[in-house]
Design a protein around this ligand. Structure first.
Ligand SMILES: [Cu+2]
Length: 327
């Protein structure tokens, strides 16, 4: 177990923000080159993404600021503060490698071409089917004219949602914008798996401990084992030993949380335990997707977790078949 002295930077909290406070954004990291996209389903194959984390998604600046001063979770809107996610095409025939192309436009309507780097990338794209049965986390390539492109696996028909997580250069604030994508064909929506404490993926077992309490910072630990042995040589992926995306069942509100501690800080062990701090906006069910890298392969373990009021002593749980229920 490791110490948890430095936590604030990784807490994705929802703070009621009014007026001028809404304009205060998080510090942003240096600009760097993006790298090639890494299409995958439920895990990346990339290595070499070892980059010191900069302030970025998950640092508390993902909140939307409604006109009435109410903070909203990220990912619910296609346009926020004048920044708009424009897909060049949003309906497709099913295919393993669908070329998804899009732009971000700024409040003046111009295409954004300069981005801050956050967690080693200028933009993170998450694609999920709306029934939360599929999860892809990829890194699109940016053209000179500001068009992003990345192949995504849309072999299974259905309604999808894509999330672009980015910080425009000079905006002083990061955004997560969401857009629906339709894939033609027969669609059998899957029921959200029941909460459970463990998830398996490719022979790895991940155990989730912790309780999600709305409006409160919750400490979550994820313990990675393989064949009953602790995995103690996790590899940094995008500057961390794990990345956790949480989506709320019902509206796919997007929360991106990051671990407590980072590789090379002298106190964070490379497994088996990855600690996160998360704050969820409401009661309800959430689907948690943990990306972790071991032996050069990034895998995703998925859990269903329930957030309850403090009065109800209900534990979060995981799905024992996570990662296996992709179509
Ligand atoms: Cu990413």
């Amino acid at each position: 177990m490791k110490s948890t002295t430095r936590t604030a930077g990784f807490v994705l909290s929802l703070v009621a923000v009014t007026g001028a406070a809404a304009l205060i954004g998080a510090a942003v990291g240096p600009v760097g080159a993006d790298t090639q996209p890494q299409p995958h389903r439920g895990g990346h194959e990339s290595a070499g993404d070892v980059v010191a984390p900069t302030a970025g998604h998950g640092d508390g600046h993902d909140e939307s600021h409604g006109a009435a001063g109410t903070a909203l979770p990220g990912g619910l809107m296609v346009s926020q503060d004048g920044y708009t996610l424009q897909l060049l095409q949003d309906h497709f025939q099913p295919a393993r490698r669908v070329p998804l192309r899009f732009r971000i436009t700024d409040p003046s309507g111009a295409t954004v071409t300069a981005y801050e780097v956050s967690h080693g990338k200028q933009l993170h794209l998450i694609a999920v089917r709306r029934d939360l049965s599929d999860f892809q986390h990829v890194h699109p390539e940016l053209d000179e004219d500001g068009t992003w492109s990345v192949p995504v696996d849309l072999a299974a028909p259905g309604e999808y949602r894509v999330f672009a997580d980015f910080t425009p250069q000079g905006a002083g604030e990061g955004y997560t914008l969401g857009h629906d994508v339709s894939v033609a064909g027969d669609y059998s929506p899957q029921t959200l798996p029941e909460p459970a404490r463990t998830a398996t993926v490719d022979g790895y077992e991940v155990e989730l401990e912790g309780t999600l309490v709305p409006g409160r910072t919750s400490r979550l630990t994820l313990t990675v084992t393989k064949d009953g042995e602790d995995v103690t040589d996790l590899q940094p992926y995008l500057g961390a030993y794990g990345h956790l995306v949480a989506l709320r069942d019902g509206d796919l509100a997007y929360l991106h949380v990051h671990p407590d501690g980072e590789p090379g800080d002298g106190r964070t062990e490379p497994g088996p335990v990855i600690t996160f701090h998360a704050e969820v906006p409401s009661v309800g069910s959430y689907r948690l997707f943990l990306d972790f890298q071991h032996r050069g392969v990034v895998r995703t373990a998925a859990f269903t977790a329930t957030a309850s009021d403090p009065g109800d002593e209900q534990e979060t749980g995981g799905d024992p078949h996570a990662g296996d229920h992709a179509h």
